[in-house]
Ligand binder design. Structure first.
Ligand code: IPE
Ligand code: MG
Length: 247
């Protein structure tokens, strides 16, 4: 998970944009419609955003689709969210394959309905040679859960004699994360005016620039993504280093 060499992000497009898509329920409520209506519109926003990310030269787009905490929602809403993943893949997979988008899904596979696991596998397989845009959907994902699963797998490898505990460093640990082949997040966006990470990409966002926008997710698209990238470009990324002395 190498960090880019530049110390300033002036005019540089973030390589990896991660988005906490929030505000579907409020968007629907403002229209006196059920929350699931907001989620359906949220899928339209996701389609626009994937398109826009490609146009803007973003290489990695990671979105928070369903969190390990979303299981607390009413079963009806949880089922609707699963249905939307089915619908999104059924409607868009051919197009994603054609347009060079590589799809990955991160998150725990346990507890997922069987057909969902198959849909994920198929989408990953069919797009694995693509490299224009890397779209990663976090589904049944929680950053703490991901870290715990990684630690468990590392411990199993130690017990199996494949590695020693003292060998563990950042790089090796990252190879156990769901995001093993993704770079660190450069820009993390959350919509709907909430200021929380909500357990998203905890490890990967260590040095991400955080941008919080008021827009509700169903209203998100190229304009909002461009706005977030402009804010990112105005930031000075130092990765813990100090600012250069004025000349
Ligand atoms: C985002 O919107 C939901 C998902 C990506 C699953 P919410 O459902 O959290 O909407 P609010 O926060 O209630 O408005
Ligand atoms: Mg919310």
């Amino acid at each position: 998970m190498a960090q880019p060499a530049q110390s300033s992000s002036q005019a540089i497009t973030p390589r990896h944009v991660a988005i906490i898509m929030d505000g579907n329920g409020r968007w629907a409520r403002q229209r006196n419609r059920p929350r699931t209506f907001g989620h359906a519109e949220g899928v339209e926003a996701l389609r626009r955003t994937v398109e826009a990310a490609g146009d803007l030269g973003v290489q990695y787009l990671t979105v928070f689709g369903f969190s390990t905490e979303h299981w607390r929602r009413p079963a009806e809403e949880v089922n609707a969210l699963f249905d939307l993943l089915r619908l999104y893949v059924a409607r868009d997979l051919d197009k994603l394959v054609r347009e060079g988008v590589r799809v990955r899904v991160i998150g725990g596979r346990e507890g997922l309905q069987r057909d969902i696991a198959g849909i994920i596998e198929n989408a990953e397989q069919r797009t694995k040679h693509n490299d224009k845009l890397n779209l990663t959907i976090a589904f049944n994902y929680g950053g703490q859960d991901e870290i715990v699963r990684a630690a468990r797998r590392f411990a199993e490898d130690v017990v199996a004699g494949k590695l020693k505990a003292v060998d563990l460093d950042h790089k090796i640990f990252e190879s156990y994360l769901d995001t093993e082949d993704l770079p660190a997040a450069d820009l993390l966006i959350r919509t709907s005016g909430e200021f929380r990470l909500s357990n998203f990409m905890l490890w990967q966002s260590a040095y991400a620039e955080l941008v919080f926008l008021d827009v509700l997710w169903p209203d998100f698209g190229k304009a909002a993504l461009t706005q977030a990238i402009d804010i990112y470009r105005g930031r000075d990324r130092r990765y813990g280093g100090s600012a250069p002395e004025p000349a």
